[in-house]
Design a protein around this ligand. Sequence first.
Ligand code: TXE
Length: 509
Amino acid sequence: MTMKREDGLMASDNTDWPMLIGGRQTAALSGKTIDVINPATGNAFCTVPAADADDVDAAVAAAQKGFAVWGKMSPLERATILNKAADLLQARMPEFVAAEVRQTGRPVREMRAQLARTPEWYSYFAAVARTYESKVHPFGGAHINYGRRLPLGVVALVTPWNHPLLILTKKLAPALAAGNAVVVKPSEVAPVTPIMLGEVLAEAGLPDGVYNVVTGLGATAGAALTNHPGIAKIDLTGGTETGRHVAAIAGKRLIPFAGELGGKASVVVFEDVDIEQAAAATLFASFVAAGQTCVQGARLLVHESIHDAVLARLTERTNALRVGAPTDEATQMGPVISTQQLATVEKYVAIGKDEGARLVTGGERLGDAEREGGYFYAPTIFADVTNDMRIAQEEIFGPVVCVMKFKDEAEAVSLANGTAFGLAASVWSPNIAKAKRVAEGIEAGIVWINDHHRIDPSSPWGGFKDSGLGKENGIVCYEGYTRMQSIVVNTAEEPFDWFADDGKQKRYS
Ligand code: TXE
């Protein structure tokens, strides 16, 4: 496909980004490239190399060399470099925000808010590396048993397009803090900021080969990486089917797998919530990132007594959303990421209508003069949705939400649990005892009370059920990037001779 080259690139924009292998910026050995499209215009704005198996071999070999250095450095040395990376990333924030807006189409106010937090991950995990304490286990007798946390080696980070820098950072900071080297395979749709991050890490003093980026398609570069025998763990964020496929590869090789996969979060709104607050909450949960987040509040469960009032106010606020150029400070919602994602949204809207759901607003592509060429879709609300409908069950990953009613607490919990996914949910009520009870009854890895889509580097993040395996963030994630060795020291003065005929009672366990 020939793409129109976009006009008006910023000075810091590179039109042909290389990948990063062993500290060197490099093209694919084949010379092939992929166009990266600005979803707000439909035009290509840069290319990246289309890596295949040979490039991946080179990246894993470089990472092995990097690991030989980084894995031996002390926690203090690693933490010093990660803290410096946090500062350098902070200093270059406007450039990262601009690149992220251009490749994802997400509004500048959204990306500025999101990226402002990313340096925290590097400083948090630097602190974890510095303060992590090994355990001494109560082995008993004359034995002292201490545990050692060792890095795994070279880990593969396979990342998506919706939050390219944040999701990479959530995996990278703990992986590096624990002493691993990484090979990143960013999404082919939004690979620029992961490449740019290599400059920050190099400037911070990360040794060559510790951070490698291979760009390319999932079916080629991604498959070559996840099948590579030199990889010690795979951490992937993506669709559930991709996750199952890659987890099976990891299973065959008996290496750890972590997957942050699909979601279909419920937002449970009780009758005691103020209507204005309920509308603000559901609007944010539904349409931030144009609904393209794994924790999108795609299922709005509203108590029957306030259902009509909340739906009416939510619809008014939805209709007032400013959808347009993501670079415009006033824009509140941008396009979806790609023609493929647009087609998925269109398909599900048609399914919703066929299933008998009531289209309250939206349900159409937006293509006026200002938005011509971009992949814009109107924020869309379906009401009268029943839980067995496909639009209530399957991940749409776009600006489409389903509103359902419930009559009591038990029905709210049962509806919230009535999906195959279990990543996140939120419960809204000023009655904290009730909200806590409901939250604890929901089978999801993250449940917010009177909030939605909140994250912190210390807060474990990961799904139950079909939403994945393993956790990002927190000490638990750091530990997931290590393997534990148990050292058992015999301190007895008395010699041990199991086969001696000395008449003594002996133990060997
Ligand atoms: O994801 P993929 P896509 C969901 C969402 C979306 C759907 C498809 O529902 O509509 O997935 O999006 C790499 N071996 N989420 O196609 O394909 C791929 O190159 C190794 C939810 O973008 O899962 C990319 O780097 N790697 C999600 C990464 O996997 C492979 C965020 C994710 O791509 C591969 C994104 C293979 N065989 C999509 N195939 C979330 N949890 O937030 C693909 N990849």
